[in-house]
Ligand binder design. Structure first.
Ligand SMILES: Cc1ncc(COP(=O)(O)O)c(C=O)c1O
Length: 488
């Protein structure tokens, strides 16, 4: 139990998270000399001093680190378990389509997983530009409308040998089997989707066992081949026992099918790999997970007397969640009602920058102050001052309030874990809730060992107005000057 009256933020972090206030805090955040760093390289205090807040901060080298680490853990696991199949790291681009994000993942050796027609068109373009090497797999997931099917065929007919359609529905096969060139196929197992039973939305994906049999029959004697078995069991699965237990029946189903279909060579366990991006006390032993995954697959293969498949993971959150964050300033403190915690009103919108705060029950985010770690803490809730929406708050009403330095107005906080899905759901550009403009964005990339920063101006009022059909000149009414009081 933390005694609030004499607790500083530093001692709270020590007591609650067993973390010293200096040194590494997570695998993407550290604190040195009283400054908070992203990727142990980008000084967030300096960025705020230079650009102010709100600010979006993007650190691309983190993506490279995530991918290389996972590839290394998989390699260690292969050696330790005698696993004979390969490991293929695939980036699930739906997590973040930004060109530099995708290209950073490809440069680190990732294969490409698509979720939509336009996604295949991006892959096509990157392949033509030489940025997506031809030897990399392009795995096409999701329910496929005519435009999606056409984009897959187009890529294959343009000569890409490794585009692979993972069937979500038998109807897709009707269209694709007419491809005049041999096509590679995968099947997505429907049973895997909601084996955990906790998300109705997962019930709709993939094929039943009988439908998979039908695919096998239809492909017999055709120039096309079934080479991949896909079993996605969930997302952000932080309990590795549970993750592996959920995959077990899918491994068996793979082996049973492999006995009938010798062309099968990939077992794709989909997404689900958790990210460190959301919790200060996140613990997941990735190396041990890879080891156990391979040991388990090896045993099941032995039982069924089939060769060990190449293993594919489709990494979304794990690849990108922790490479970007937002910095907000407390612009105003409002007392809570009836002994409730105070409101720290931020100069931004949480629900626009982090839509998962609303969409994912119990979603957590790491929130850290940039300064005042020696100041006493106070319980608070954050609210996005740039909307007037009662849902623009964090933590959610059923969650415990945060403890943050009591300094209040003028305090800058980092809200982490913005890199996966958030911007894809909220949209980039355009008009947002309550006309909240997108803040300045600072991107850091590494070139020959040096960090290069690029700053992109905040979204202009004119750009927002134009989206909504207002002539910018008519709404550019000069505002009276209001003095900005600095925090005392
Ligand atoms: C088919 C498929 N693969 C991979 C992913 C990525 O999942 P995650 O972000 O958990 O890695 C998703 C996410 O929805 C998905 O639907």
């Amino acid at each position: 139990m933390v005694q609030l009256n004499e607790t500083t933020f530093a001692s709270y972090v020590q007591a609650r998270y067993h973390q010293a206030s200096e040194g590494p805090l997570t695998d993407f955040l550290s604190r040195r000399g009283g400054n908070l760093y992203l990727g142990d390289a980008l000084n967030l205090n300096e960025l705020v001093a230079r650009y102010g807040a709100p600010l979006e901060v993007v650190y691309y080298p983190q993506i490279t680190k995530q991918i290389r680490q996972m590839q290394a853990w998989a390699q260690e696991a292969r050696e330790a378990t005698g696993y004979r199949g390969k490991f293929l790291y695939t980036y699930a681009t739906k997590a973040n389509f930004a060109a530099e994000v995708v290209q950073t993942a490809l440069a680190a050796g990732a294969h490409y997983e698509t979720s939509a027609a336009n996604d295949v068109e991006i892959a096509h373009y990157l392949w033509e530009e030489g940025l997506l090497p031809q030897a990399r797999l392009i795995l096409c997931n999701g329910s496929k409308e005519p435009h999606y099917l056409a984009a897959i065929l187009n890529l294959r007919l343009a000569g890409h040998p490794n585009v692979l359609s993972i069937l979500d529905d038998l109807e897709e096969l009707e269209e694709l089997r007419n491809c005049p060139l041999p096509l590679a196929f995968g099947v997505r197992e429907r049973a895997a989707g909601n084996r955990a039973g906790n998300h109705l939305g997962n019930n709709r994906f993939g094929l039943t066992g009988a439908e998979i049999e039908d695919v096998v029959k239809q492909l017999e004697g055709s120039p096309h081949r079934l080479i991949l078995y896909h079993a996605m069991v969930g997302t952000q699965i932080e309990d590795s026992d549970h993750f592996l237990a959920l995959l077990h029946d899918s491994m068996i189903a793979y082996c049973q099918l492999r006995r009938k279909v010798p062309s099968l060579r990939y077992f794709d366990f989909g997404g689900g790999m958790p990210t460190s991006g959301y919790k200060l006390d996140f613990k997941f032993d990735y190396a041990a997970f890879m080891h156990r995954l391979m040991a388990q697959m090896r045993l099941v293969c032995q039982d069924y007397n089939v060769p060990m498949p190449d293993l594919i993971g489709e990494f979304g959150r794990y690849t990108v969640a922790n490479h970007s964050l937002f910095l907000f300033e407390v612009g105003h403190v409002k007392a809570g009602q009836q002994d409730a915690p105070a409101w720290y009103l931020l100069n931004g919108s949480l629900m626009v920058s982090f839509p998962d705060m609303l969409l994912v029950e119990d979603q957590e985010f790491v929130v850290l102050p940039l300064d005042d770690w020696d100041a006493p803490v106070t319980p608070v809730r954050l609210a996005g001052r740039r909307t007037c929406d009662s849902d623009d708050l964090y933590p959610r009403p059923h969650q415990e309030p945060l403890l943050l330095p009591a300094t209040g107005k003028g305090l800058t906080v980092a809200v982490c874990g913005a890199g996966a899905y958030q911007q894809m759901i909220a949209g980039r550009g355009g008009a947002h809730h309550c006309l909240n403009p997108e803040p300045r964005r600072v991107e850091a990339r590494e070139v020959k060992g040096q960090l290069i920063l690029r700053s992109q101006a905040p979204q202009s009022k004119a750009a927002i107005m134009q989206q909504l059909g207002y002539a910018p000149s008519r709404v550019a009414i000069p505002l009276p000057q209001v003095a900005h009081r600095k925090a005392s």
